[in-house]
Design a protein around this ligand. Sequence first.
Ligand code: SF4
Length: 314
Amino acid sequence: MKNKEIKILLAAPRGFCAGVERAIEIVKKSIIKYGAPVYVRHEIVHNKHVVDNLKKIGAIFVEELTEIQDKTRPVIFSAHGVPKSVPIEANDYKIEYIDATCPLVSKVHRETENLHKAGYHIVLIGHLNHPEVIGTMGQLPIGSIDLIENEKDVENYVLEDRNKIAYVTQTTLSVDDTKNIIALLRKKYPKIKEPFKEDICYATTNRQLAVKNIASDCDMFFVLGSLNSSNSLRLVEVAQQSGCSDSMLIHSESEVPFDKIQNCKIIGISSGASAPQALVDNFINKIKTKFNVKIDEIEIVKENIVFKVPAKLN
Ligand code: SF4
């Protein structure tokens, strides 16, 4: 018999963003238009459930175009964006490609190119080896853009021409950590040129604010998402930094830590921008099998952004 009551504070907004919705739609519509299989370069978005579901309807995931066995089939570039060399390579192979890069990542690409044309040396704040970082750095010739990951990197950074420097950022960073890095860069390079409009995207910002808003009221905090999802990992850090030290990433409902939840009165739940709502529902349903659950959704802002799929898929 269930006799313990658990209150769940559900952060909103959470889960899919407009860029992820668009990227998944592009894969589905491509399969309808071209038939199966279609290739996808890299996980379309960083979530295993999404990838597995798309595999079932005919998507084949590869890391590089060289792995594509049937080059008469189209290939889709993931939401994270690709270096300039990738579409060139696709053209060389005569592979038709559809670009599912999130428009907000493409905005950073264009910004980077324009700054380079205007003679700026560029610093990219981001995480080493993340595909978005590889894509953004790959918009420019080697040596014209440097990666800064943290405050220590700023301290160690050396640039001779201190007047022509600009920064851009990865879209899914921690808003607060990035502010600190930017403050240090400004101190070291007072003339550093800033992006016209913030590069960290609306979805990342809103999801972090929603978690920040409730984390200190929670005994534990769970973020549904995959281990390679940058924005999901940042949400766990935000929950920890905002007063809920016992915060963790959860891949699926098979990982519910009942023994720990047993000791909680209030738990918080959110999900990364690439995590389907079904994961949150399944997680809550699993908790309901052992506890009486009361859910309170705390929404800090309504999102109504939609990105169109490329016209050729309609
Ligand atoms: S998290 Fe932001 S940048 Fe990434 S796909 Fe979503 S909207 Fe685009």
